[in-house]
Design a binder for this molecule. Sequence first.
Ligand SMILES: NC(=O)c1ccc[n+]([C@@H]2O[C@H](COP(=O)([O-])OP(=O)(O)OC[C@H]3O[C@@H](n4cnc5c(N)ncnc54)[C@H](O)[C@@H]3O)[C@@H](O)[C@H]2O)c1
Length: 295
Amino acid sequence: MSVKKLFIIGAGFMGMGIAQTAITRGIQVMVNDISDANLAKGRKTVETLLQKSVKKGKMTESAMEEALALLSLTTSVSDCKDADFIIEAAPENENLKVSLIKEVDKYAKAEAIISSNTSSISITTLASCLKDPSRFVGMHFFSPVPLIHLLEVVKGLQTSQATMDATTAFGEQLGKTGIVSKDEPGFIVNRMLIPMLNEAFILIERGIGSIEEIDLGMRKGLNHPMGPLELVDMIGIDVELAVMEVLYSEIGDPKYRPAVLLRRMVAAGNLGRKTGRGFYIYHEDGTRTPNTELM
Ligand SMILES: NC(=O)c1ccc[n+]([C@@H]2O[C@H](COP(=O)([O-])OP(=O)(O)OC[C@H]3O[C@@H](n4cnc5c(N)ncnc54)[C@H](O)[C@@H]3O)[C@@H](O)[C@H]2O)c1
């Protein structure tokens, strides 16, 4: 069964990335957020990115118009009632996610699959607030969603095999290769990536290398497409802290303790690209310079 109607909660970086991917594959998408202003900002981001694709000759103007016509916006979760598939992509906060998923459960079709794009929160825990936990699954996308073609499909203890199969098939419909992960903190990729990014904060704290040297080291030495500090700026410093907190509290090993600098940067609102300031300062003309205040 191919998915025709998708409902996404959260018009942020991930929610709109998933929305963009889906509308360019002919899926009708409705995005929910807390305010019209957030929704308008999310739509604008998608429009700008699609216009760039048109300019580069990767997409025709009419294909862009067709895709944008499939995107609708709402501030009401009850509008999920017609959706075949629901993806929650709100901030990484368990209480918030539980309350949103409970709200979705009041209105969703009985056969709809409900999923979360959480980076670290237990799928089994989130599923336990649903009437039918067998229809709940983790769909962990990677950023930027239109460009990165991996999807972790996370099986909670009560997720049915039919839900797993339908989710993997939906991932393929979105152009993603699925890998199945057990419901363990960080799943497969973040279990390795997030502590590595945390270590890069510690390198800065100890003055082991400069921001640019650390990024260059991983790009040139390991052929990573991005260095860890530019990557964490893209992911969001707040997202990095939220995931480290879950890894530390669930696993308990000190190797997962968030770096002090990570906590300080979140407290200071230095959240990376989304606030214009993280390890780099992002200027209006599109250039960036290292944030030397951190050294
Ligand atoms: N940033 C990444 O690279 C990345 C990668 C994979 C998964 N994730 C996960 O995706 C989720 C979203 O992350 P993001 O980076 O898009 O965050 P974000 O801060 O860019 O976006 C979150 C959006 O949710 C909205 N929101 C807040 N409360 C809401 C509510 N009650 N109802 C509806 N919308 C609400 C916010 O207004 C915002 O637009 C998190 O769980 C995160 O861990 C993030």
